[in-house]
Design a protein around this ligand. Structure first.
Ligand code: GRF
Length: 205
């Protein structure tokens, strides 16, 4: 079995998509070893508990308040995952940028989900930024990508899967978000199935 850690910060609907895929036999050979959140109130923690999956809460604030660095926080996060013998790390709505202090422990074994197409809207609030760009007539569609995280570049890295998501004139931000999340849930599971299930064939770094 390949053991994955899922890093979350919020609602956890993408985590739920992975939980459901495993329960329904759509992710053979994969198990969630631990779910980690940097926010205590992340509903995704409740989803993990309900599925009987171990959870860890790893906030940054105590590090900042103690004058400790992001690198120390990231190194401790890697140590937590190593305690669970994790093979792969899946960032599903994780809102921190992971530094090399973390990534070097999981070379070419970190996956990130981002609700935009490559090089379009890196960073936070990608969906509202795409929605506004569409209303300004700058783009005709947006998309979702799942990519490897070889280094500290934000929402970049070798793309495992990407899919365009149409935007329609009658769309509200909410209707676009709903369409994007549906694609995310399907694409993330498919990307995990491809790379984790068969992790000796990886996209070039
Ligand atoms: C998703 O759009 C994810 O791509 C982005 O934040 C959202 C998290 O959704 N980073 P959820 O917490 O998985 O429901």
């Amino acid at each position: 079995m390949k053991r994955i850690a899922v890093l979350i910060s919020g609602f956890g609907s993408n985590l739920q998509a992975i939980i459901d895929a495993i329960a329904e036999g759509r992710l053979p050979g994969v198990e969630i070893a631990v779910v980690v959140s940097n926010r205590r109130d992340a509903y995704g923690l409740e989803r993990a508990r309900r599925a009987g999956i171990p959870t860890e809460y790893h906030p940054f604030r105590p590090y900042r308040d103690a004058g400790r660095t992001r690198q120390e926080y990231d190194a401790d996060l890697a140590e937590i995952l190593q305690r669970y013998a994790v093979d792969w790390v899946v960032m599903a709505g994780w809102m921190h940028v992971l530094s090399d202090a973390f990534l070097r422990h999981f070379p070419n074994r970190v996956i990130n989900l981002h609700p935009a197409l490559p090089e379009m809207f890196p960073g936070t609030n990608a969906i509202p930024r795409a929605y506004e760009a569409y209303r300004r007539g700058e783009i005709s569609h947006t998309g979702v990508m799942v990519h490897l995280v070889p280094d500290e570049a934000v929402d970049a890295g070798p793309v495992i899967l990407q899919e365009a998501v149409p935007i329609y004139p009658e769309d509200t931000l909410e209707s676009l978000e709903g369409r994007i999340h549906q694609v995310e849930h399907r694409l993330l599971v498919e990307a995990i199935r491809r790379v984790v299930g068969d992790d000796d064939r990886l996209p070039e770094r």
